[in-house]
Design a protein around this ligand. Structure first.
Ligand SMILES: *Cc1c(COP(=O)(O)O)cnc(C)c1O
Length: 391
């Protein structure tokens, strides 16, 4: 790739950034009081924001669809209070491991979907034990065999409810998820006559959707498959779960090092780019997602199935509901500070490429100054950011 072929990412408009930052400065007393009470560093969960987001998301889709269910993808934030708040709001839970399933069960969730590849026997057994509250989204033919073996000696009055996950992209690393849509008929023939296992629906999921394009593309493909499926199969479908992956509306905020140009420059040994600007790949309002996805589903799927549509939003729901608060423990220069938290609290070296505003709550200002804000871990990659909003 040459420099001239690089896609230019637009700048993050100052007015968008300032509105975002001032909303948090307006709540600074709440944050400061929380740190005084509980100490630093501190994660803070704003349940009201969580509920507001859950409401915005479900309202957007319920405006178009008659039958819906919403499942919070617990892996996007597995703090039990996040799930508990969303359960209160009427969401179900989408779990992707035995630990998440245990958490969901302990929270008394009664509408759980268990998705993800490579489920162990132990995990499947737990799901079977709680089959009144759990739908298993099978990831492969061998997982169906595994489940069949598990329930072969049972005689259930209510069978285990299952769905099947479909592969959205047969190439690259996403091929690890689900079965190919072309294999649906084979799958149906293996599942339709089982007495302890009952097929209920389909799932697919693609991530990082800044627009609905990729989801629509798969819905169109699925329509061509359903068109050729036997009627008893299409009639057995009670739900189609179209997954999560909705990027929050504010779009993707990047440091220059996270832009194609910055990555290119780094690869040829040049500076990634100016540090005093931020970039934004624009997002899509959730209402637009809802309208576009409804149109696609109405044209391509509803001619063949009459079913509930399920959603598995993760980050769209929880992203803006949690903040991390920390303090400066050492000021080594006017533009270099060390904080009492490290980015292991986040889990990856995210802020080297992604831009998240850092606000000095003690000295609020809409003026952003260059400053290395680095954590206390023994690695130079422990970076919170290279700018600070402060007086
Ligand atoms: C990760 C994941 C989600 C949630 O993804 P977000 O991008 O956080 O919305 C939903 N469903 C499945 C199966 C997932 O793996």
């Amino acid at each position: 790739m040459s420099e001239t072929h690089l896609q230019k990412i637009p700048l993050l408009p100052k007015e968008v950034l300032h509105k975002f930052v001032s909303d948090y400065f307006n709540r600074k007393h709440t944050y400061q009081a929380a740190v005084e009470k509980h100490g630093s560093p501190l994660w803070i969960l704003e349940s009201s924001v969580l509920k507001e987001k859950a409401g915005q998301f479900s309202n957007a889709f319920n405006q178009y669809f008659n039958k819906t269910s919403f499942y919070f993808a617990m892996k996007s934030n597995n703090h039990p209070d996040v799930s508990a708040t969303l359960l209160e709001y009427g969401f179900g839970l989408d779990v992707s491991s035995g630990e998440e399933l245990k958490t969901a069960l302990a929270l008394n969730a009664n509408d759980i979907i268990f998705s993800g590849p490579g489920k162990t026997n132990k995990e499947l057994s737990l799901a079977v034990q709680h089959k009144d509250r759990t739908i298993i989204l099978l990831d492969s033919f061998s997982e169906l065999e595994q489940l069949k073996a598990l329930v072969s000696r049972s005689d259930f009055t209510h069978p285990v409810r299952v769905g099947i996950r479909l592969t959205t992209n047969p190439n690259g690393l996403w091929r690890k998820f689900g079965i190919l849509p072309e294999k649906l008929l084979t799958f149906w023939n293996q599942v339709k006559d089982l007495s302890n296992i009952q097929f209920k629906g389909l799932q697919f999921h693609s991530s990082w959707n800044l627009t609905p394009d990729r989801q629509v593309e798969f819905i169109v493909l699925l329509g061509t498959i359903l068109k050729n499926m036997p009627e008893d199969f299409n009639n057995s479908i009670e739900f189609i779960d179209i997954g999560g992956g909705y990027w929050p509306e504010e779009g993707e905020w990047l440091q220059s090092a996270g832009t194609p140009e910055g990555i290119y420059n780094a690869a040829i040994g040049k500076d990634p780019g100016p540090l005093d600007v931020h970039y934004r790949i624009p997002g899509t309002p959730i209402k637009t997602f809802a309208q576009t996805l409804f149109k696609a589903i109405q044209s391509h799927l509803f001619p063949f199935v009459n079913c509930r549509i399920c959603f598995e939003p993760g980050r769209w729901i929880c992203h803006s509901a949690m903040q991390i608060l920390f303090m400066v423990t050492d000021k080594k220069a006017n533009d270099l500070v060390i904080t009492d938290a490290g980015t292991n609290a986040i889990g990856w070296e995210r802020f080297e490429t992604d831009y998240f505003p850092i606000l000095n709550l003690s000295r609020p200002s809409l003026q952003e100054n260059p400053c290395h804000i680095l954590g206390s871990l023994c690695t130079p990659h422990d970076v919170w950011g290279v700018h600070l909003f402060r007086r």
